[in-house]
Design a protein around this ligand. Sequence first.
Ligand code: MSP
Length: 506
Amino acid sequence: MSFYVTTPIYYVNAEPHLGHAYSTIGADVIARHMRQRGEDVFFVTGTDEHGEPVVVAAEAQNTTPQEMVDRNAPRFEALTETIDVSNDFFIRTTSPAHMAEVQNVWQQIHDNGYVYKGQYEGWYCPKCADFKSEHEIGEDNSCPIHHIPLDRESEESWFFKLSAFQEPLQKLFADNPEWVLPRHRYNEALSFIDGGLRDVALSRSKISWGVELPWDPSHVMYVWFDALLNYWTAPKIARPGEDLSGKFWPASVHVMAKDIIKFHAVYWPAMLMALGAPLPERMFVHGYLLMDGEKMSKSLGNVLDPVHVVELFGSDALRFYCFREVSFGNDGSISTAGFETRYNTELANEYGNLASRSLAMIKKYRDGIVPAKPVVTGLESDFAGTRESTQARFDKLELSGVLDDIWLLVRRLNRFVEEQAPWKLAKDESRAGELDATLYGLAEGLRTVSILLHPYIPKSTAKLMAAIGCAEQVDDFSLAEFGLGDGGQSIGELEPLFPKLESVEN
Ligand code: MSP
């Protein structure tokens, strides 16, 4: 089966920050998990490079829009590497191949009768690149998102007949109660539709930085009408000479934050309906990462700058923290204090140290060979049904819920060590069988949780799996079942997976 997952494409006129990293890591966790399930995955992220803000920023920097986007886009591409993201393609909307496909699509929508010429007058936010409808206008004609005054704009425009899709969209939502997740975002999008859809301006004649309308080159498209199409063009242009869209359209899931839900859950399906193309299967809308500036810790510097965090603690720590601290789908605060606590207690102690201790005991008491599978370890009931329940939660994209469940198992393994006290069992020859079962249970528990954790912390889990002699299993979700391992394999060396913070700082 094929599975196509996307992130929003990011505006290049700002620096990449943790918020961008968050969406991209979320999509990456989904992509990695689906690959573990044997799906043929296509995962796309990229940059959104047209629009007025780029023109304004370029002017301010005394450069051309093209030079500016060429300078900034690589920073976003570099961030994907920094945070260990496994995208199959990085799309840039200024690429000629994307622009040509965008023109094909709009020509088709035009030919299907869904555009017309008119005069636009309305309140426009240059930062959102969006004309605001009446109920979206804040106090004193300000933008409720950016808190800046809206501009009164009037210009000749081509319009997209969004209003024609009111009923089809209502039906789409009624027929697909999980089309937008989580549910409160579905309700938000639906109430926007129920409030009445008006036609939207599709083009601008006052700026020239954008994709020209093929039937009227004196107009360029509003950036959103070119940007949303990245999801459609990416599979067509990712491999020159090969069109992957037969395999990867419709998209399986678009990941984004709540700020751009209207475009994705309303405009985008309407555009595809106007084109006569199949709709994406699902949208997942996450919340905002909020930062409590006051809690910034001097010793860590600006630790929540993703690049800085990764330099200090590695990409896995950042990836883990985002999804553990803030429930995927809701807003949540992040802080350096929270980061330190999670890093030290959960990653360094509960996972990293559990692994080091377990391996050290297998080495010391059993010459580095994992004991053969015993009749019973005492952990079976804790792990029963884990693979199925994890899969079910992943299917609902509950990325934080999955992590919560896995962490209960990690904690169970820590308690197991204390309860069994292998160091005591080792002193009593008559309890050798119990010691074997305990050490097998630890290795097997670590193997299982590491496969489950792999999409979140790919580097550390790969190291751990190699150290317990199961390197090749890390990519196979079907093996994430306690008791599938026979034991008998040799273990290897494992460097500390998450060195304690103090030692990093010194
Ligand atoms: N270019 C448009 C998207 C076009 S998609 C066809 C855009 N770009 S953006 O650079 O402003 O990125 C917005 C996205 O970045 C959000 O939807 C979200 O996915 C992510 N985030 C930016 N800041 C964020 C937080 N503080 N918290 C969570 N996500 C954040 O809009």
